[in-house]
Write a protein of this length. Structure first.
Length: 72
């Protein structure tokens, strides 16, 4: 199995911002231990209420995310 970069949470419980590859990003769940393949895209919606989106294909624009465990 591949080695995974595991972002460590900061004192606030959140990880630092991640900039994933848009396709083929593998994330290992901290709770279940399973590996999930993720796909990301940058999109621009026509309006706040629109479900129609334009995909942005610009290598200088990326998705960013951070993670925090939710204890329900």
């Amino acid at each position: 199995m591949k080695k995974f970069k595991t972002p460590k949470p900061t004192a606030s419980g959140w990880t630092r911002w991640q900039q994933p590859k848009h396709d083929g990003y593998l994330m290992q769940c901290c709770k279940c231990g399973l590996v999930h393949e993720m796909k990301f895209a940058v999109v621009r919606f026509a309006s706040d209420t629109s479900s129609t989106a334009e995909f942005i294909d610009d290598k200088n624009v990326r998705v960013a995310f951070k993670v925090k465990r939710c204890e329900a």
